[in-house]
Design a protein around this ligand. Sequence first.
Ligand code: AMP
Length: 459
Amino acid sequence: MESWNEKCAVVGVFNSERSAALCYYSLFAMQHRGQESSGISTSNGCDISTIKGEGLVTSVFKNGIENLVGKASIGHNRYSTAGEDSKCDVQPISARYSLGQIAIAHNGNLVNAKELRDNLISKGAIFQSYLDTENLIHLIAQSKAAKLKDRIIEALGIIKGAYSFVFLSRGKLFAIRDPFGFRPLSLGEIINDDGSKGYIVASETCAFDLINAKYIRDINPGEMLIFSIKDNEVLIDSIEVFKQEPKKCIFEFVYFSRPDSFVFNKCVYEVRKNMGIELAKEYKIKADLVIPVPDSGVISAIGYSQESKIPFELGIVRNHYIGRTFIEPTQSMRELKVKLKLNPIKEIIQNKDIIVIDDSIVRGTTSKQIISILRKVGAKKIHLIIASPQTISPCYYGVDTPNTSELISSKKNIEEVREFIDADSLYFLSLEGLYKSIGDEAKNGIGYCKACFDKEYVI
Ligand code: AMP
């Protein structure tokens, strides 16, 4: 049941003849949010068709995207999880029910998915996947409400957790963010070739840049947008389904989002650079060079180098033709992947005192391996600086973190972690430093979920 972890990308495009192609490019831009599988569902007004499969966006849609004809589409990239028959778990998922046809894509994680599923199964429902998203299809199908909108609202009242959903019916597109707004979801505008307006919703705004869409705003926590056509114009209805204090995922800034995205209305690049600046204010270390772990530590390392005036060098080179190390299910494969991915440059590192910057330590495997390869090429001293606080607690709201026992900082203090990874010194950004990096609005972390760092779970 580990597959109830969805840390993915969603996209929806409404009122464009090229809706499937625009979804495709958006999913391509958001490939970093999930590499296991991908899918697009398109409505031509009468019927919804889906193409989906395992693999990267470019391979899933190698043949056939031109068969997805229609002016509304939704799409999904799925992040991998360990040891599942994931063929059934590829999204979007679609179904026929009493009101017609529906397709859904979900980024997030429902905390009451098992309870809901057991309850639905006891009433005779048959599930085809391990996806918590499938609960929603059943709740909508079983509702007695006359309109899909009301069925969705009813289902949202039953599910609990983190979600950014896109729903496609034959004539409408629905985009919804959970009451706490854990996962991001932004709205953009498209100008079609004939001058008409279309719209896009996507997990990250880097998708908008690729297709020349204009960012309009974030969808609010607890808000549902309904896109429909009236008199040849797009109508957008906004419904405030829930109203409460947001708890946006602070880890989006640390690791998950692309630096060229605007997430929660902030430029991720600027936030990450500020983290490096804050680190340089918190920890004044004597060293010859600042070296990032590519790509996750690069921007914070630029900030650290500029603030500390210690020269920046790209002393570790990354092989880009390999996925994220976290993805592999076994420990030995993870270790091999670090070596396959990162190669230090001896001529830069040898006999130097270096500050190495990375975004986070989860299990500690990556840092230990990196320090070992840096020692092998002759680094004199290695100070590891992490651009986030210690990850002490798992995420139940859609970020793939292992359980508590595998999180190194949950059982070891900083000195013990330092010893394990074999660094000369080890430092983490303080929570206050992280709030400062995000900006004034985030003073004391109000408005953000940071349970991975402080164990304060909101649901
Ligand atoms: P570890 O070897 O488990 O300590 O992995 C830490 C590295 O994994 C960090 O440097 C991040 O770049 C990356 N990372 C952190 N969180 C995640 C996540 N949720 N999914 C994938 N990779 C992650």
